[in-house]
Design a protein around this ligand. Structure first.
Ligand code: URA
Length: 231
């Protein structure tokens, strides 16, 4: 079994069933060394609610992205979803509509969901950062660390069975790693006991048809994982 560096895994039972599936599990360097996970990954323990969280996100001015956004993009879908999809950050269309993945990449994401038998309404879709970075640049590390707690709170509220993280920026941010996406995909990671599968970003797949096959393999890996969890 490949033991690598990018996630937090402390559930022996989960490990066992993933092992039984013959699936590589990544263990974070922090947990392997018995160190504390970074503070930003510690799940909040206070009682939280969607109302509270939405009321905090909507007027957020914690980083400079608030100066150029039209509105925050909280995320959309089923608040009890089994599947959570996480992208990088809103683009122009998302910034205008206040919804994630509504542009061309969003249309491909909808197709990818369909291919594995899911509707947008039954999953939850969110981003690492809730505000559009100007000119669609990558969010910077400060913006990511400032915004990530909102996403972690969404994860606690939803308790998905699986997280599918879309693209390099989101994968590296969520898994606290700088490994290239080619090494992150094709494996099961974990974030606080929830399995995480990395899939190429739909915007990238629109440009790189050759990697669609790998994306399909990763979606199948995610499906297989959920199937196994549900028994
Ligand atoms: N790309 C993303 O990463 N997120 C969106 O919401 C839209 C495009």
């Amino acid at each position: 079994m490949a033991i690598t560096t990018s996630s937090v895994l402390d559930n022996a039972t989960r490990l066992q069933y993933l092992e039984a599936m013959g699936i590589d599990v990544w263990v974070s360097r922090a947990s392997a060394d018995h160190q504390q996970a970074p503070v930003s990954d510690a799940l909040p323990e206070t009682i939280d609610s969607w109302e509270l969280l939405q009321a905090e996100v909507a007027p957020c001015t914690k980083c400079d992205l608030c100066k150029t956004r039209t509105q925050t993009v909280f995320g959309s879908g089923n608040k009890n979803a089994e599947w959570m999809f996480i992208g990088e950050g809103p683009g122009q269309n998302e910034d205008q509509q206040g919804l994630p993945f509504v542009g061309k990449a969003g249309q491909l994401l909808t197709e990818m969901l369909r291919a594995i038998g899911l509707d947008r309404e039954e999953v939850f879709i969110a981003n690492i950062v809730k505000c559009r970075p100007p000119a669609n640049r990558d969010p910077n590390p400060i913006e990511i660390e400032t915004c990530k707690p909102y996403l972690l709170r969404q994860l606690v509220l939803i308790k998905p069975k699986i997280i599918v993280v879309l693209g390099r920026v989101a994968a590296q941010a969520l898994l606290n790693t700088d490994e290239p996406i080619g090494r992150l995909r094709g494996k099961i990671h974990a974030l606080n006991d929830t399995p995480v599968v990395v899939v190429y970003h739909p915007a990238y797949l629109l440009r790189s048809l050759l990697d669609k096959r790998k994306a399909w393999a990763d979606l199948k890996l995610a499906m297989q994982t959920v199937k196994h969890i549900k028994g």
